[in-house]
Design a protein around this ligand. Structure first.
Ligand code: MMA
Ligand code: CA
Length: 356
């Protein structure tokens, strides 16, 4: 911009030094042969006069303006110098910038080349990545389908899991109930097992006892049969398994008993109502093997066993310590009740009894 301004200033100089240049070219119009030349000449004369007047005025104004322009020129000259200096500085700066630009351009070119290489590599990488992306996309699609299938399967399984969980909870409760019942039943079973074991022992003991008793029973049955079938000696009477002897003489209770013992027998011991009826039916008032001589009021048989069933005549026994031996009295009409307590030294028939 500054150099252009300087040129403009210079281009004004000729116009200032030759202000009548235009008038010379108007004068030359006279030389042209034309019908209107006269008119033009007159007009030109008028114009020339006006122009002379104008030039005078103009010259005076121009003098003043020239003076101003001179000053302005000096100012411009000063500014031109200043601008020239500035221009030089800027030229230097431009050269420096040009150098820098060249350096930068080289650097940029290098960078550009490098970037181009990198771009190519990136393009390759990009293409490769594209391929990989496409492969990944395919894989992704496949995986998405698979994932959807798995999701469906997962949902189905989740439902089944929930159902199974519910079933499991129900079963767990039932299991707990059953466990409780099982424990109770197990306790009861153990108790029953203990009882069963005890009962088994008892059963075995009872079985052994039963077996032994069966044997004994069979032996006793045999003995009983033998005894039942065994005949009594002469003058003895048979009833059940026993033989009975009725004395033909009277004697005291002790002497009568001794007589029985001498006959491998003892005074009769009455064990049943039938036996008592049998004894009474023999028709003799006789000693029997009953006495309370050891403890008054406590009647025992001659084998030491306590009397449990009795057939006393109504009102008997009534003798206290005076009557300590039992007799079978036949004076009453009752077929069974016949006992009376009598003084032991009283003489009486006696009935002996022996087995077999
Ligand atoms: C007799 C004697 C007693 C018996 C009474 C029953 C008088 O005594 O045999 O032992 O109790 O008779 O009247
Ligand atoms: Ca009596």
């Amino acid at each position: 911009m500054m150099p252009m301004d300087i040129d403009d200033t210079q281009s004004n100089k000729p116009r200032t030094e030759n202000p009548v240049g235009d008038t010379v070219s108007e004068v030359q119009c006279w030389k042209r042969p034309s019908g209107v030349a006269v008119i033009c000449l007159g007009l030109l004369c008028g114009l020339l006069l006006a122009g002379i007047i104008g030039l005078f005025v103009y010259s005076r104004d121009q003098q003043a303006r020239y003076s101003i322009l001179g000053n302005e020129k000096d100012q411009f000259q000063s500014e031109e110098d200043h601008l020239q200096t500035h221009f030089s500085t800027l030229s230097k700066d431009r050269d420096l910038l040009h150098t820098k630009c060249k350096t930068l351009k080289d650097e940029l070119q290098t960078n550009y080349d490098n970037l181009t290489k990198e771009r190519d590599q990136l393009q390759k990488s990009y293409d490769k990545l594209n391929e990989e992306r496409d492969q990944l996309q395919t894989s992704y699609n496949t995986l998405t389908k698979r994932r959807d299938q798995l999701q469906t399967s997962y949902n189905t399984l989740a439902k089944e899991k929930d159902e199974l969980q519910t079933s499991y909870n129900t079963l767990a409760k039932e299991k707990d109930h059953l466990q409780t019942s099982y424990n109770t039943v197990t306790d009861e079973r153990d108790q029953l097992q203990t009882i069963y074991n005890s009962l088994t022992k008892i059963k075995n003991q009872l079985q052994t006892s039963y077996n032994n008793l069966t044997k004994e029973r069979d032996l006793l049955q045999t003995s009983y049969n033998n005894l039942i079938n065994q005949k009594c000696p002469k003058n003895w009477k048979k009833f059940g398994c026993s033989c009975y002897y009725i004395s033909s003489v009277k004697n005291t209770w002790n002497a009568g008993r001794q007589d029985c013992l001498n006959r491998r027998a003892d005074l009769v011991i009455i064990n049943s109502r039938e036996e008592q009826a049998f004894i009474k039916a023999l028709g003799h008032r006789s000693w029997i093997g009953l006495t309370d001589r050891d403890v008054d009021g406590t009647w025992r048989w001659v084998d030491g066993t306590p009397m449990t069933t009795s057939y006393w005549i109504n009102g008997e026994p009534n003798g206290g310590k005076k009557e300590n031996c039992g007799e079978n009295k036949i004076s009453n009409d009752d077929p069974v009740m016949a006992w009376n307590d009598q003084p032991c030294d009283h003489e009486n028939y006696f009935i002996c009894e022996r087995f077999g």
